[in-house]
Write a protein that binds this ligand. Structure first.
Ligand code: SPD
Length: 605
């Protein structure tokens, strides 16, 4: 070996390790018996078996494949045609056209996502498969043009001319001469588009509607309720399938056909086709309820009961902020049948005519609700909503690490630097600062909101993370010792670990009533009413409360709850605690103040 050869090999090995270490870890942990991602506890194939039986994962994988295959076919065909046109003819203003065709590659994804959403809203297109496919074609076609053009750069045009001289039409010459010669480039473009499509999260999350949840969105929503090794198993299979396809493509490129190419293609197709064979796809004529609800708010078992009762299927999408809910509903046409806005959000959506008036004759169990939660200011007469859960915002903490906690001030205590979690929610995080300093949660004067903003900026170096979905798991794992959050999720972990406690700080806090409502354009209003009424049945309301830990407003469900829950002050706070709570309200134009303040906090260093 030449001198320096050893160093070169070491650097190369380092580069390969850097590139592949994360993938190797993912593959290894897909065989790990333990649920925790960071500790190896033994070999298992269980996660593969579970993934193969998880209807949500299978449905998401099917959706991803349908989208990726369609978008790949369209983008590759369009991109190839455009590349050939650019190669064959010189257009006026060619440099400008060249720039325009490659621009989507450098446009920030978030800009592309919001402009596509705006466009679809303007065209009144319902968000779903069509919009996802159009978006994927939109962002990937430029890549196809670039890859095919690179292949065409070395293409000898005299071959096409010879075909024409021998009497071939331009179309025949293209299919018999040009296409076979540029096929490796077209194939490479198709593979690139396929992998861009299968992987996309940002743009898809903007333009997907109900029933078109793709694998990345499903994975992200599963991660919100704790990372599952099933995800590692699915990712490993996807990796195997795409590697096999790449291997086959490289053999084809080298002109090698036969078994050596057919076997990897067959194996890849078997892996990719499995979700279609294993899971049930939507049957024609099947009744479907599209539910958009807070994470950690309903269990799959309760949904399965409704499905059995109604002979229907429930599609569930999750969110963890009212802002995310409002963005989807206000963009229009997301296709949801039932949503779960918080009190003030019911009011905002109703004012914008985005909710459908309820038919009370179709919700006969409404009288099960405790009258204290009916006919509230945000929805007089419950014309648009029925209460689902109520609760408080407070602090969950490990008393063995922090000692007693009774003030919001604990979240600013430098002794707990790096051990504090705040909700990733502007109104709630600013609300904690406002309450600590004696203001209302609904202060509208700029000085108070500004003071809260400054407090959160000062607090930032102490904060480990902002999280609104799995804050209780993060506390349970001891990554943090104090977490701002909502009572129900803390109540659940307090049952697992007695060192944890929950407090509504003495300065006061927020009380929320999250309600079920039907969006104005809901496609299945009859099934939506049936679902809302189902959740109001005493035993179902009790089951939802038992499994999720949040406080039920259902009076008839109370006797069905275990004594330990009824007496748990974290779930059903006593009168003196309730007396120091207030509801978050729609603050009208001051919303802008809150939005700006929260953006300042999140972007400050
Ligand atoms: N994980 C679900 C938590 C829902 C809590 N309600 C939100 C109230 C927002 N002010």
């Amino acid at each position: 070996m030449r001198s320096g050869g050893g160093a070169l090999a070491a650097v190369s090995a380092g580069v390969y390790l850097f590139l592949y270490a994360p993938i190797l870890v993912l593959v290894a942990f897909s065989f790990n018996a333990g649920r925790l991602t960071a500790a190896w506890t033994g070999f298992t194939l269980d996660w593969y078996a579970r993934a193969a039986q998880d209807p949500q994962i299978l449905a998401a994988l099917r959706n991803s494949l349908k989208v990726a295959v369609t978008a790949t076919a369209i983008a590759t065909a369009v991109g190839t045609a455009a590349a050939v046109a650019f190669h064959r003819w010189r257009f006026r203003r060619q440099p400008a056209l060249d720039t325009l065709v490659t621009l989507p590659i450098v446009v920030p994804e978030i800009v592309m996502a919001s402009s596509l959403l705006l466009l679809f809203a303007a065209l009144r297109l319902r968000l779903g498969f069509l919009t996802v496919i159009l978006a994927h074609v939109g962002f990937s076609v430029s890549y196809a043009v670039v890859v095919v053009r690179a292949r065409l750069a070395g293409f000898d045009r005299s071959l096409e001319e010879a075909a024409a001289d021998l009497g071939a039409t331009p179309l025949r010459a293209f299919f018999r001469v040009t296409l076979p010669l540029i096929a490796p480039g077209v194939l490479a473009a198709a593979l690139l588009v396929f992998s861009l499509s299968i992987d996309d999260y940002v743009i898809t999350s903007f333009v997907a509607g109900v029933g078109s949840t793709t694998l990345p969105i499903q994975i992200y929503s599963m991660v919100k309720s704790g990372v599952s090794p099933e995800i590692n198993a699915v990712s490993t299979l996807l990796l195997v399938a795409t590697s096999l396809l790449l291997w086959a493509a490289s053999r084809l490129e080298r002109g090698r056909r036969g078994w050596g190419t057919a076997v990897p293609v067959g194996a890849a197709l078997a892996v990719l086709g499995a979700p279609f064979l294993l899971g049930r796809g939507p049957a024609g004529g099947e009744r479907v309820l599209n539910l958009y609800i807070w994470s950690a708010y309903i269990s799959p078992e309760t949904l399965a009961k409704f499905e059995r009762r109604q002979g229907a299927r429930v599609n569930v999408d999750l969110y963890d902020s009212n802002e995310a809910l409002m963005a989807k509903v206000q963009a229009g046409n997301a296709g949801y049948d039932v949503i779960c806005p918080s009190n003030y959000v019911v009011q905002i959506l109703q004012k914008q005519s985005l909710l459908r008036a309820l038919d009370h004759s179709a919700v006969p169990h409404l009288p099960n609700v405790d009258p204290r939660f009916l006919d509230r200011d945000f929805d007089p007469g419950n014309r648009y909503s029925v209460p689902y859960f109520w609760g408080t915002t407070g602090i969950g903490y490990d008393k063995t690490k922090t000692g007693p906690v009774d003030s919001w001030g604990a979240l600013w205590d430098p002794r707990f630097r790096g051990r504090i979690l705040m909700l990733d929610d502007g109104r709630e995080a600013l609300g904690a600062a406002l309450k600590w300093k004696g203001f209302s949660l609904n202060a509208t004067d700029p000085a108070s909101v500004r003071a809260a903003e400054q407090l959160l900026i000062v607090q930032k170096p102490l904060v480990r993370t902002y999280n609104s979905s799995s804050f209780e798991d993060i506390l349970l794992s001891r990554d943090v010792w104090l977490a701002q959050g909502w009572n129900g999720q803390f109540a659940k972990i307090m049952g697992i670990d007695p060192r944890l406690d929950y407090v509504v700080p003495r300065e006061g806090s927020g009380l929320f009533i999250d309600s079920l409502a039907i969006p104005a354009g809901a496609p299945h209003p009859e099934l939506a009413h049936a679902f809302i009424d189902f959740t109001l049945e005493a035993d179902i309301a009790a089951e939802i409360c038992r499994t999720m830990g949040y406080s039920t407003p259902n009076r008839a469900a109370m006797p069905l709850l275990p004594e330990s829950m009824r007496r748990n002050p974290a779930i059903f706070p006593p009168g003196d605690v309730l007396a120091r709570t207030e509801t978050i309200q729609d603050v009208g134009e001051a919303t802008l103040l809150y939005d700006r303040a929260w953006t300042e906090v999140k972007t400050s260093r």
